[in-house]
Design a protein around this ligand. Structure first.
Ligand SMILES: Nc1ncnc2c1ncn2[C@@H]1O[C@H](COP(=O)(O)OP(=O)(O)OP(=O)(O)O)[C@@H](O)[C@H]1O
Length: 252
């Protein structure tokens, strides 16, 4: 009798391989990433954690094509980013990547509805109206569609930013400290929303955070220290993440 081993591999929405990023030259150079290989699977919510200066933002920026690696490769789906010229990289960021930043970055003169569809309007397309309609319900903003950002709470504004990030059905949404400007209750709402959007729509989120409570909303946490990937934790809880972070503080 023969046995067949079936291995199922989850496709990756984004990944970096042997990523090195050096800022500056000579004595003052900083090795912000020192040989990181990490993949962000499709349909998962991954948090990146680590002490201040460990390379979290650098990793996110390089993985998202906002910055370039010194060596190694960064991929969105099957596309290797360094193979793209500036124009194609801009199109890839526009069409296949969504962003949520700490500062909500909404356009104050546009309504909620207009802010959500802004990237699609700038791209000259209409997007998938059914998807956007469903998204408005996921983020709970149907009764605010004609309001302007200034008429919304911080948490509501970040929910608009989340809807905008997902509007074009990107391969991956990168969120950089998305709850950094929010009180804990609004932060919880936005994190719950990110988690729900991933689970209900099989989208992919990669989030940089300092906060163990925020990281606990993710499916998995990857830990950086001194520009290296040092650990991964599935099914995180705030306590487990906090314990792991405390270990970084122990002098070696
Ligand atoms: N543009 C830059 N020029 C020079 N050094 C930089 C630059 N950006 C980041 N660095 C350095 O690279 C290292 C990693 O920085 P990075 O911002 O990626 O870390 P981080 O983990 O996101 O930090 P934090 O949690 O404090 O935001 C740090 O030593 C930082 O000082």
């Amino acid at each position: 009798m023969t046995t067949t081993t079936v291995t199922t591999t989850v496709p990756t929405a984004a990944r970096v391989v042997d990523a090195v990023k050096v800022y500056g030259t000579g004595d003052t150079s900083v090795r912000a990433l020192d040989g990181v290989s990490v993949d962000f699977p499709v349909g998962r919510f991954t948090a990146i954690m680590g002490p201040s200066g460990s390379g979290k933002s650098t990793l996110m920026h390089c993985a998202a094509g906002l910055d370039t690696l010194t060596s190694g490769t960064a991929h969105i789906g099957d596309t290797e980013l360094s193979s793209l010229d500036d124009r194609r990289l801009t199109l890839l960021r526009r069409d296949r990547v969504g962003f949520v930043f700490q500062a909500f970055n909404l356009v104050p003169t546009l309504t909620v509805a207009e802010n959500i569809t802004l990237p699609l309007d700038l791209a000259g397309g209409k997007g998938d109206r059914e998807w956007i309609d469903a998204l408005i319900d996921v983020v709970g903003l149907r009764d605010r569609l004609h309001h302007r950002p200034g008429e919304l709470s911080g948490g509501q504004q970040q929910r608009v930013a989340v809807a905008r990030a997902f509007a074009g059905q990107p391969d991956v949404v990168f969120a950089d400290e998305p709850t950094g400007n929010l009180d804990s209750r609004s932060g919880e709402e936005v994190l719950g929303l990110l988690g729900r959007t991933v689970r209900q729509t099989s989208r992919t989120v990669v989030m940089v955070t300092h906060d163990p409570v925020a990281a606990a909303h993710a499916d998995e946490v990857v830990f950086l220290a001194d520009g290296r990937l040092v650990d991964r934790m599935a099914a995180p809880t705030a306590d487990k993440v906090l314990d792991r972070m405390k270990a970084f503080e122990v002098p070696s």
